[in-house]
Design a protein around this ligand. Structure first.
Ligand code: ADP
Length: 302
């Protein structure tokens, strides 16, 4: 089970890493960009509406993207988790996503932020080429010798995405700064954010992401175990002493309460001191005093 969001600027490697993680963890990559591009190429009514915004490097309207994401998450292969890539991209989308995930009982486990310098982002985007048959992504700076395509006998045929043209890249980076970056703070406050250094060897980046995901799960398990143990030991002692009854019982109960509330434990001390520290004891210990008083009074009366 893996339910995560990949956050990061255009060109930060969300798509590439999502593909690697989906193969390893057997959960689908859900990319809003891919869903939109698919709608555009199939010329659906949503696609026709989205096209202009995409080519200008602007965000497509929330309603269109949400419709696509909602439908994609309802498919069978997303029932065991998902890797969201490119969504959410603004605060409204984040709020709607959290409602949707609660609705379908699949809350987020983590948000991984791909941290990459702007200089690197621009280089990657401007040099990105994609095979129009199999969708594999290449960099013009490092094209492999072997260009065999699994889907085309003549080999990979590369094209450049319309929004990877230099004039559009700047706009996309602006949109990221103003609309998407605030989500970093949002998810950090929710305790979900993990920052991943997104530069260097592809494998090393994937390994960093996996490492960031592991402790979150292990930590939760360990915390749950420790919490169980603590409750047990406190309960045991309380029960024992309650059965015994008498004054010792009162002391012990106060001690245990102090531990639970992380207040300094009450010292083993005289009954008087204990009486001052707990309401219950004050009540009970005041009884004998009252008797004494009444005796004295009765003596006086005599
Ligand atoms: P990148 O992250 O490299 O910009 P994507 O493939 O994720 O590329 O997105 C390409 C374009 O699709 C974006 O520039 C935008 O126009 C549109 N898009 C993708 N995801 C969203 C989204 N969540 N909300 C609005 N528009 C989106």
């Amino acid at each position: 089970m893996m339910r995560i969001v990949l956050l990061g600027a255009p060109g930060s490697g969300k798509g590439t890493q999502a593909q690697r993680l989906q193969a390893k963890f057997n959960v689908p990559q859900v990319s809003s960009g891919d869903l939109l591009r698919d709608a555009v190429s199939r010329k659906t009514s949503l696609g026709l509406k989205a096209k202009a915004a995409m080519e200008a490097g602007q965000l497509v309207s929330d309603a269109i993207v949400l419709g696509l994401i909602r439908e994609r998450l309802s498919r069978v292969d997303a029932q065991n988790g998902f890797i969201l890539d490119g969504f959410p991209r603004n605060s409204d989308q984040a709020a709607t996503l959290s409602k949707l995930l609660i609705e379908i009982g699949q809350p987020l486990e983590a948000v991984l932020l791909m941290d990459v310098r702007t200089k690197t982002l621009v280089q990657r985007l401007a040099g990105r080429r994609i095979c129009k048959h199999c969708g594999k992504v290449f960099s013009v700076a490092a094209l492999p010798k072997d260009m065999t395509c699994p889907k085309n006998s003549k080999g990979h045929e590369l094209y450049q995405r319309a929004d990877d043209k230099e004039e559009v890249i700047a706009k996309r980076l602006d949109v990221y700064q103003s609309q998407t970056k605030p989500l970093i703070d949002h998810y950090n406050k929710l305790g979900l954010l993990k920052v991943i250094k997104g530069e260097g060897d592809l494998e090393a980046i994937t390994a960093r992401m996996e490492a960031a995901l592991k402790p979150a799960k292990q930590k939760r398990k360990t915390n749950a175990k420790t919490a169980k143990k603590k409750t047990k030991s406190v309960r045991k002692v309380t029960v024992k002493k309650v059965v015994k009854g008498t004054r010792i019982k009162k002391k012990t109960i106060i001690k245990l309460k102090s531990v639970a509330l992380k207040k300094p434990a009450v010292k083993k001390s005289s009954r008087k001191t204990l009486a001052k520290s707990g309401k219950a004891l004050v009540k009970k210990s005041s009884k004998p005093k009252a008797k004494n008083v009444s005796r004295k009074t009765s003596v006086r009366k005599k």
